[in-house]
Design a protein around this ligand. Sequence first.
Ligand code: FMN
Length: 370
Amino acid sequence: MNALFTPVMAGKLRLQHRVVMAPTTRMRTDKGGVPGDLMVEYYRQRTSLGGLLIAEATAISPFANAYADAPGIFNPAQQAGWKRVVDAVHEQGGQIVLQLWHPGRQSLPELSEGQAPVAPSALIAQDTYGMVKNEDGTYEGKLFPEPRALEEREIVGIIAAFGLAAKRAKAAGFDGVELHAANGYLPEQFLLDGSNLRRDKWGGSLANRTRFLLQVVTALIDVWGAGRVAVRISPSGIYGDMRDSDPASTFCYLAEKLNDSALAYLHIIEPRIVGPEDRDSGYYAEPIASHQLRAFYHGTIIAAGGFKPEAAEQMLAAKDADLIAFGRLFTANPDLPVRIQYGYPLTPYQRETFFGGNGHGYIDFPTWQP
Ligand SMILES: Cc1cc2nc3c(=O)[nH]c(=O)nc-3n(C[C@H](O)[C@H](O)[C@H](O)COP(=O)(O)O)c2cc1C
């Protein structure tokens, strides 16, 4: 394993290797979406050899959340909790960016101050579930109700809320922020014509459908400057009941537009993956991967989705991406970069403990002892 262990710049992030921890929602915050001791330990354990961690999807607003015990970054307590996480990662010599998240139509009123979900258009995400917590501490899947179409002044308000969250992330000491524009959440709901039927300047043409995403990026860069803001997309993803009449044109257009933004990196989920799962059947006839978008986007690319170490090396050798993010493997292998570098065996992940619970299946995976 060589190519993964060469240094690289991702915008202004100077990284010692190319094994990135993908953002993974684990539903382990303390009360009120505040990162606590469990999360500090989880991220500390996963920092090795001077690499990059992408912290899990984090709500930018109290009015839009999909998963109980998912973190937020919209109040001082959450900011202080995240600072503890960031400090632990920095002490280990790693870097960490925060994934900023507005789930839009994938929100549950129970987790969103009673507010109905909002979206570009009043189109429900069919067959898609969030997760609430019962009084006995168990979690339960819940279908998302029909969303309300956003008024224009609300759209502007959400863009401003992204900016405020970016300020809090900066104050917490993060090394940058990643906009979650993948997996059927609000920025992607604006982007795809299957979820955006608007006829104002926020819908219709490609320029209009990309407007929300690009304006959020601008708001984040206003706070962070160049080279510390990133975007995650899932161009072949159908998670969240997503569809587009011409995904290749949509995502190539977006990729090209993002050249103007001086991002840290563009993070692309490869076609093998739908949300947190492997895909067994495709929706799009011609899936779009990093390989295609490379021709349109000229900055640093992180590819994610179904990678084993060998495939990651091949991806770098083919120059289809610059770094590789690992999700599920990182859950069970806190020292994943070390294991890959030295060829140590990998521990299989435990799906049962992915979402919610205590330290079991979260911070009790050992590092490899040769
Ligand atoms: C438990 C779990 C939680 C996830 N949470 C997030 C998330 O918060 N944000 C995100 O962009 N992707 C999330 N994903 C998707 C992963 O980042 C990644 O794209 C996916 O797991 C495929 O990569 P892998 O094959 O290396 O696991 C999650 C996946 C899993 C398994």
